[in-house]
Design a protein around this ligand. Structure first.
Ligand SMILES: Nc1ncnc2c1ncn2[C@@H]1O[C@H](COP(=O)(O)OP(=O)(O)OP(=O)(O)O)[C@@H](O)[C@H]1O
Length: 426
């Protein structure tokens, strides 16, 4: 990239906040007094009760490139966007933007509630750098884009949040910015308007506008952006080509889901959420083991074989024992059953004693995500639960690098399939 091709540049940008208003006001007062006597404090250092909402973020965006910013709630996405828009001054580092900058950061942000939609269009378009003549020539287009013709001469304070987003997007889009900064706001609009906005974003992008999009919708980020920034606790976790960043974010989400499950499990060593049954059979030390034999590893590669191992104690003789392992996905229960009887292990009469059981799964087709394990011991004929342990294990299937580009997060099973595309007419 030649040095003149960039449109957005962030250099080691950091922003801190105070944990309490009282402390922040005390620091503010001290800073104000310090400045009066020419002794300002070093803003790049944290003081008592402060934390970094954004820490040491650097990136460069070329003309026509779009950056999707993703990360869990509170990781600093909005703060970073607000630094880029100039709403917040960074405590360290600097940002530089080239060209006309449009920003959509919150429904109604930048509008004067007492003024009408039309008057607000004038003000906002002027702030974007449009001349009065340009504003007049774009006015009908902006009003048409917003689809607010009936309401355009009504004070904005009577607009719904969706209507405010429509107005804001119409001004930002039609004025053809060279850099467009967009926060989650598009999600507020109805589905038709969202589609229209995304189509417009694609059009702007094709014309060379650089877009920075903050969103929890990975689908939206994937559709618009070619670069990604995955933030974690204010810092860069992964930065780069969008596919790689989305995969890393997806995997992190699956890990977080697994961790949330684990922390909800009482008892030692991730014991089950619920154990019940007659107690004639007890399964313990239940583990999912990857093929490399590492029981501590709770992650599997896509299609990686795995074993479920456990100790089984049989307290009284059982004629028709069936052991069953059932997997739950994040949003669906019982997505898969592995049953000793179905798999041909006809154990016959099992005498009291202690056993070691290994269930080997040579091929699995789980899509990337987090899966919980449930184990049951039942009698085949009466279906009596001798033992039942819910959520007694968990495994995360990682995103492979050559598949599962963000598609359907609800899907849990993958089928290999051949696709044949035959042209039947031109
Ligand atoms: N004006 C403020 N004063 C104090 N703390 C703030 C302020 N704005 C944000 N924060 C804190 O900074 C951190 C980052 O917030 P930010 O809104 O940037 O996160 P986010 O990633 O956009 O979150 P979300 O996905 O929930 O929108 C949070 O801990 C938040 O509480």
């Amino acid at each position: 990239m030649s040095d003149k091709d960039w449109t957005v540049r962030a250099e080691s940008v950091s922003k801190k906040f105070g944990l309490s208003l009282r402390r922040s006001m005390a620091h503010g007062l001290r800073d104000g007094l310090g400045r009066l006597v020419g002794a300002g404090s070093d803003s790049s250092l944290l003081r008592d009760g402060e934390f970094w909402a954004v820490k040491d973020i650097s990136f460069t965006l070329e003309r026509g490139q779009s950056l999707g910013i993703m990360g869990v709630n509170g990781c600093g996405k909005t703060t970073l966007l607000r630094i880029l828009t100039g709403i917040y001054k960074p405590d360290a580092g600097r940002v530089m933007l080239r060209g006309r900058v449009g920003a959509l950061i919150a429904a109604g942000a930048g509008f004067s509630p007492m003024l009408t939609g039309r008057e607000n269009i004038y003000i906002n378009a002027a702030l974007l750098g449009l001349s009065p003549r340009e504003i007049r020539s774009h006015m009908d287009e902006i009003v048409a884009f917003s689809e607010l013709e009936q309401f355009i001469d009504m004070p904005v304070k009577h607009y719904s949040s969706g209507m405010q987003v429509r107005l804001g997007f119409a001004v930002a889009a039609v004025s053809e910015p060279e850099v467009l900064l967009v926060d989650e706001v598009l999600a507020v609009g109805d589905l038709n308007f969202q589609k229209k906005c995304y189509d417009y974003l694609f059009g702007l992008k094709r014309k060379g506008t650089s877009i920075v999009l903050v969103s929890h919708s990975i689908g939206a980020i994937w559709a618009v952006c070619d670069r990604g920034l995955f933030m974690d606790k204010g810092e860069v976790k992964v930065l780069g080509e969008i596919e790689r960043v989305i995969r890393a974010y997806d995997d992190q989400n699956a890990r977080n889901a697994a961790r949330t499950r684990e922390s909800a499990l009482p008892g030692p060593g991730g014991a089950s959420e619920l154990i019940s049954g007659t107690g004639d059979v007890v399964c313990d030390n239940i583990k999912i083991v990857a093929k490399d034999g590492n029981a501590a590893k709770k992650e599997l590669h896509f299609k990686e074989p795995f074993d479920i191992v456990m100790d089984v104690t049989v307290h009284s003789a059982i004629d028709d024992l069936v052991i069953r392992a059932v997997l739950d996905a994040a949003h669906y229960r019982n997505i898969c059953t592995i049953d000793s009887h179905e798999q041909g292990l006809l154990v016959g009469r099992v005498m009291p004693g202690r056993y070691s059981l290994r269930i080997s799964v040579p091929a699995q087709n789980l899509r990337p995500g987090s899966y919980d394990l449930n184990i049951a011991a039942i009698t085949r004929h009466a279906g009596l639960h001798l033992f039942l342990a819910l959520k007694c294990g968990n495994v995360v299937v990682l995103n492979p690098s050559d598949k599962f580009l963000y598609s359907d997060p609800n899907a849990v099973v993958h089928f290999d399939a051949d696709f044949h595309l035959d042209q039947v007419s031109s």
